[in-house]
Design a protein around this ligand. Structure first.
Ligand SMILES: O=C(O)CCC(=O)C(=O)O
Ligand SMILES: [Fe+2]
Length: 279
């Protein structure tokens, strides 16, 4: 995986690497120790007792009785100001404007915490491609020549081979399909290794998955899903956030919440029209 710093993170170079290269890059040192500690503290607090609803990519956890060792915390914008800072980091915003179009949005911001002993996930592609088990439910001719997703993992604990750093298959983003047995994903995958404060940025059409955590420490990351403006988001964040939050949101956060592109809209209210007509 090519590694960049906030200084060397040239958007054109990174966009080319995501589309035509490996499909994933690492940008180091984007977040201070204090920010990472704050984010981590909140996530641990929200996941210490019990995980919020886990909805996807649990590998064999259920069969192995290990469901409780992969925990999600959803709707992070509602859980601390630090997450709005993370979501709208200017270095990331610059790259994502080039990759997804200048009015890109955020479809989800959640944490994935793998406890020691936590199982990995099955290799997969991310939303909106994640139900590509049934390609016929998507439009004819759809391919990955342009991106409908960018994934950011903000690393909160050391991501090592042992702790379950995300695995990925370089170049697989160009295929737009799920891996099959013959792809031998686990034999040829690489790992997104990094330190707290680093960011792994990848095109979610690339095959990837969390790996088992065989270390003696937690392995947590903030996972952010970014989308072009016209892709329906995964989380309904505007509905899940308080009025106060919405009223004081920065222009960047308003864009990320999709408020600059508020469709569907009612352009002719049939019900009101009928009522008037009858009156
Ligand atoms: O936590 C990880 O390493 C990856 C998580 C992931 O890919 C997902 O949940 O979609
Ligand atoms: Fe994923």
């Amino acid at each position: 995986m090519k590694r960049f710093t906030s200084k060397s993170a040239d958007p054109d170079t990174i966009v080319d690497e995501l589309l035509n290269g490996e499909g994933a890059v690492l940008i180091s040192g984007l977040f201070s120790d204090a920010k990472i500690a704050e984010a981590r503290r909140i996530i641990m607090e929200h996941s210490d007792q019990v995980a919020e609803k886990v909805t996807h990519f649990q590998g064999n956890a259920e069969a192995d009785g290990k469901l409780n060792l992969q925990r999600r915390v959803w709707n992070l914008l509602a859980k601390g100001d630090v997450f709005a800072d993370m979501a709208a980091h200017p270095v990331m915003m610059n790259i994502l404007r080039k990759f997804l179009g200048s009015e890109f949005t955020m479809g989800s911001i959640a944490a994935n915490r793998l406890l020691p002993g936590g199982p990995g996930q099955e290799p997969h592609v991310d939303y909106p491609y994640w139900d590509f088990h049934s390609p016929e439910t998507h439009p004819a001719g759809l391919n990955s020549s342009f991106p409908m997703n960018a994934q950011v993992s903000i690393i909160l604990d050391p991501f090592t081979e042992e702790s379950g750093a995300t695995a990925y298959m370089p170049g697989s983003q160009r295929e737009l399909r799920y891996p099959v047995e013959e792809d031998r994903f686990f034999d040829s995958c690489q790992r997104m290794l990094g330190e707290p404060g680093d960011v792994a940025l990848f095109y979610g059409a690339a095959w990837h998955c969390a790996m088992p955590n065989n270390s003696d420490h937690d392995r947590s990351a903030v996972l952010i899903q970014y989308l072009p403006k016209w892709v329906k988001p995964l989380e309904d964040m505007p509905a899940a956030l308080s009025e106060d939050f919405m009223n004081s949101a920065s222009p960047e956060i308003r864009q990320l919440l999709g408020l600059n592109y508020p469709y569907p809209e009612i352009l002719d209210d049939a019900k009101a029209g009928n009522a008037e007509g009858r009156a």
